[in-house]
Design a protein around this ligand. Structure first.
Ligand code: CA
Length: 419
């Protein structure tokens, strides 16, 4: 499948991807929904205005002439599919409607470098799971010892907590080092100050489409209909604040200061060719979490660090989305089994995705084994145990096709000194 738009070699955004995002136009400052193709953004609001989307559900709606994807997410999978087919057709090399209309093309196709990307959705609720067995085992081993690493509930339910939606930020937003209580000495009272153990967490998240009514639930076999697409998530963490506060109710201020997401939401249809099996479960789950078929995706994940003295980011972790023990469908079924309602544009993140080998650990906590084994950085950059002021963290992800990549772009953020 060829497109008339230039797609550079190795681009994350070939015709097979077509992720959705929200951007600000450089000419009139309008905020619209667009699709990434090569180094360009296709403005769907402009195409809609021109009458190029004929689907009934889109005739009276203006889901693209908005500063968020929520309205489009709420329309459901048949509409997502129709729009994807239409956009694919319009971008094809053998389709003249857009290709041969110079005025329309100039207005609808913008250079990605010229637009400002915004948060893809107005996120009502953000939930963070803990679905990587390797990560949960590593962290449990460090904090509670090898014997007690995984709590008995872990293989029975997707453990998670309610995160903070207000501090989810788009890639490129600087992150201020948080202050809070820590207790470095177990025999002394806690102290207050900037975190000394600032960390990243390599995660992926999905945005929900149509939700469920309060009091009802989403069955695991129907969950796909409610999953719009995926992004990269960096769930920044302050380990010393977290370590002191987390008993008995779990993460709070050690997590809620910032969460970074990549701006392009890759639709599930684009990831379908990369569907694969996940890890074998330790035992059969309870009935409402049972699913057949393959529910993991082969998505390569990387995290890199660039300190102030480095010219380029240096990769410190390579992992894969398919390592997750609990699938997105199981997470959504579990989340709603008590009747809790999710809404279009909610963000559900996976939890740190660590693999089986030390170079695949998805956080500095694990990569440096709580600071005991510092990472060597190239050149004069020295070593790192946890993040220092000025460090930039760059996460990227892609699925590898035969001759193309279906990618997620980047989720980046730089650490600013504490106030
Ligand atoms: Ca997390």
């Amino acid at each position: 499948m060829e497109t008339f738009v230039n797609v550079p070699e190795g681009s994350h955004f070939p015709l097979q991807n077509l992720p959705y995002g929200v951007f600000e136009r450089p000419d009139d400052g309008e905020r619209h929904v667009g699709v990434a193709i090569g180094d360009s953004v296709l403005d769907l609001a402009v195409l809609h205005e021109r009458g190029l989307f004929e689907h009934d559900a889109l005739r009276d709606e203006r889901p693209f002439d908005r500063p968020s994807l929520n309205a489009f997410m709420s329309l459901g999978r048949p509409v997502w599919q129709a729009v994807r087919e239409r956009v694919t057709r319009l971008l094809r090399a053998d389709e003249p409607a857009l290709r041969n209309d110079e005025a329309l093309r100039n207005h609808a196709l913008l250079a990605r470098d010229d637009v400002t990307m915004l948060l893809p959705a107005e996120i009502g609720d953000y939930t963070d799971f803990y679905s990587s067995k390797e990560h949960a085992t590593n962290v449990g081993t460090m904090f509670r010892g090898e014997e007690n690493a995984l709590k008995p509930n872990w293989t029975w339910l997707p453990v998670g907590y309610h995160g903070r939606a207000s501090s989810v930020v788009a890639s490129g937003t600087d992150v201020r080092r948080p202050c809070g209580q820590q207790r470095p000495d177990d025999n002394a009272p806690p102290v207050f100050g900037p975190t000394k153990l600032l960390d990243f967490e390599l995660e992926m998240g999905f945005f929900t489409g149509p939700g469920n009514a309060l009091g009802e639930s989403i069955a695991v076999e129907d969950a796909e209909e409610h999953i719009f697409g995926m992004v990269i998530v960096n769930d920044w963490s302050a380990r010393d604040i977290q370590g002191w506060e987390y008993v008995p109710l779990g993460p709070f201020l050690g997590k809620s200061f910032a969460t970074t997401v990549s701006p392009w939401v890759v639709p599930m249809a684009a990831l379908e060719p990369f569907r694969t099996g996940g890890p074998e479960p330790d035992h059969e789950p309870l009935e409402y979490l049972k699913e057949s078929g393959s529910h993991a995706f082969d998505i390569h994940l990387e995290t890199a660090i660039q300190t102030e003295v480095m010219n380029a980011p240096h990769t410190v972790c390579r992992s894969n989305f398919r390592y997750l023990y609990w699938s997105m469908e199981q997470q959504l079924a579990h989340h709603t089994v008590n009747g809790c309602n999710v809404r279009p544009g909610d963000l559900l993140a996976s939890g740190t995705i660590s693999g089986p080998t030390p170079d695949s650990y998805g956080s500095l906590l694990e990569l440096t084994w709580r600071g005991a084994e510092p990472l060597d950085l190239p050149g004069d950059a020295g070593e790192r145990t946890f993040l220092e002021d000025g460090d930039r963290v760059v996460m990227t992800a892609w699925a590898e096709g035969d001759d193309h990549r279906v990618g997620f772009g980047e989720a980046t953020g730089r650490v600013l000194p504490a106030r």
